[in-house]
Design a protein around this ligand. Structure first.
Ligand SMILES: Cc1cc2nc3c(=O)[nH]c(=O)nc-3n(C[C@H](O)[C@H](O)[C@H](O)COP(=O)(O)O)c2cc1C
Length: 127
């Protein structure tokens, strides 16, 4: 079974305090449910927008995704990344809450690493 990563952003339906409360509820439930199906990842909330990274067996990620996109606690869901991965980034967390700054810092690390890999591959092709 392929290891899959899906990340997305969405807009919280509830205003700020309500969304913050929902975030806590979602994390508590997700920590239990995700562990049962081998999903790990992180979730954050910034200015009324959720951002989440899900990683795990492709079928489990897709099944969870179908539930998440129907969840009335958010709307305007937009996929950021959807594809196979070789290693998990959040192997210790069935679903961790991260402050937006820390969430972004992790994502930036990934983007910089991927960019470096692409540049290396292009250089190897040209030389
Ligand atoms: C932003 C957001 C992130 C969510 N992340 C997860 C998650 O990682 N794991 C999970 O089981 N449910 C997550 N949920 C909740 C699911 O949408 C759904 O309510 C939950 O899985 C229960 O589904 P069920 O009632 O079909 O069992 C999330 C919901 C939202 C709004």
């Amino acid at each position: 079974m392929r290891l899959w990563k899906l990340s997305y952003t969405s807009t919280a339906t509830a205003p700020h305090d309500g969304a913050r409360h929902q975030l806590d509820e979602i994390c508590s439930l997700a920590q239990v449910q995700n562990a049962l199906v081998g999903i790990t990842g992180v979730l954050t909330l910034h200015r009324g927008k959720f951002a989440q990274v899900l990683e795990g067996p492709e079928s489990a990620v897709r099944a969870l995704w179908q539930r998440i996109i129907r969840d009335p606690r958010h709307h305007s869901v937009a996929i950021v990344a959807d594809g196979p991965i070789f290693v998990r980034r959040y192997s210790d967390w069935s679903m961790a809450y991260r402050e937006p700054r820390s969430f972004l810092s992790d994502q930036l690390d990934d983007i910089l690493r991927q960019t470096a890999e692409v540049v290396r591959a292009m250089n190897a092709t040209w030389h």
